[in-house]
Design a protein around this ligand. Structure first.
Ligand SMILES: O=c1ccn([C@@H]2O[C@H](COP(=O)(O)O)[C@@H](O)[C@H]2O)c(=O)[nH]1
Length: 289
């Protein structure tokens, strides 16, 4: 199952998930060939980031919005990026955050688990209801695919809806988590985690322990590290014995070279260094717990 592969990759390479939220503003001048198309520039940038990190990270998260924003050429870069990651033996999470009625969800499943935009794991938004998740489950069961479903997100606005009290005094995200766990239990891997995991922002700490204990067999995608303020000692609360989750950083890694005077010349070195520093930060955070 995909979750066993991800678990194994984390065991060997640590928890850093490199976020490819790539836009032209992040591309160094020397990669901005005036004659090249947006498709080539975005893909070449991603290829450099992937080549610099593939032996030290377990997976990549590709945020589809950044490619959609550039139209068809952007989507070609998106397709090439997914293929490059998968063909080189790594795991790709497509951050698409879909949620819709089942007839539409079926088409989203086909669009992102087959064909041009095939990825290994996708993100979903469950707040339209649990029937919106069902159409993806066939792919989890029969095609070795995985889901990371939004539970408690990293943004401040998470509190507007996800923290509302339901059923008396229960937080909505806990209610959602319990329902997702019920579904997740049907798709358990040998590693003790399900191919249906949850997205839990690494920026809110108060509830971390409760969420981790309550959803003990769900693997977490943890965004919010770096640019949004999350630190190794924060995100470590969502891990279990150093595994059970991958921590995403997008801007923190792909723009790392901008902090250095010689960043453009040593682009690959600084990208790798940012991923290695993050890996070390998370593992020292885990040791403190
Ligand atoms: O709760 C969530 C869910 C998803 N994201 C996504 O993660 C990255 C974060 O980017 P950074 O540059 O590392 O801040 C981005 O693609 C978001 O759409 C999230 O931030 N929080």
């Amino acid at each position: 199952m995909i979750i066993d592969r991800l678990y194994g990759e984390v065991k060997n390479k640590g928890n850093v998930c490199v976020g490819l939220d790539t836009c032209l503003d992040y591309v160094p001048d020397n990669m901005m060939d005036r004659n090249a198309s947006v498709e080539d520039i975005l893909f070449e940038f991603n290829k450099r980031v992937i080549d610099a990190t593939i032996d030290i990270v377990p997976c990549y998260k590709v945020q589809i919005a950044f490619y959609e924003a550039y139209g068809l050429k952007g989507m070609s870069a998106y397709k090439k990026t997914l293929e490059y990651i998968r063909n080189n033996g790594s795991i790709v999470i497509a951050d698409i955050k879909r949620g819709d009625i089942s007839s539409t969800a079926q088409m989203y499943a086909k669009a992102h688990f087959e064909g041009d935009f095939e990825s290994d794991i996708i993100t979903l938004n469950p707040y339209m209801g649990f029937d919106s998740i069902i159409p993806y489950l066939d792919y989890v069961e029969k095609k070795d695919k995985g889901l990371f479903i939004l539970l408690r997100t990293s943004n401040g606005g998470a509190k507007d809806i996800q923290y509302l009290n339901v059923n008396g005094n229960e937080k909505l995200y806990n209610h959602v988590g319990d329902k997702l766990k019920e579904i997740a239990l049907k798709y358990m891997g040998r590693c003790g985690y399900s191919s249906i995991g949850a997205v839990v922002g690494g920026t809110h700490l108060e509830e971390a322990e409760e969420i981790r204990n309550r959803l003990d067999n769900m693997f977490f995608l943890i965004p919010g590290y770096g640019a949004q303020g999350g630190k190794g000692s924060d995100v470590a609360h969502y891990l279990k014995n150093g595994n059970g989750g991958v921590v995403n950083s997008s801007r923190g890694i792909i723009t790392a070279y901008k902090k250095y005077e010689d960043g453009i010349e040593k682009f690959d070195e600084y990208i790798r260094k940012a991923a290695l520093n993050m890996k070390e930060d998370i593992s020292s955070g885990s040791k403190v717990l």
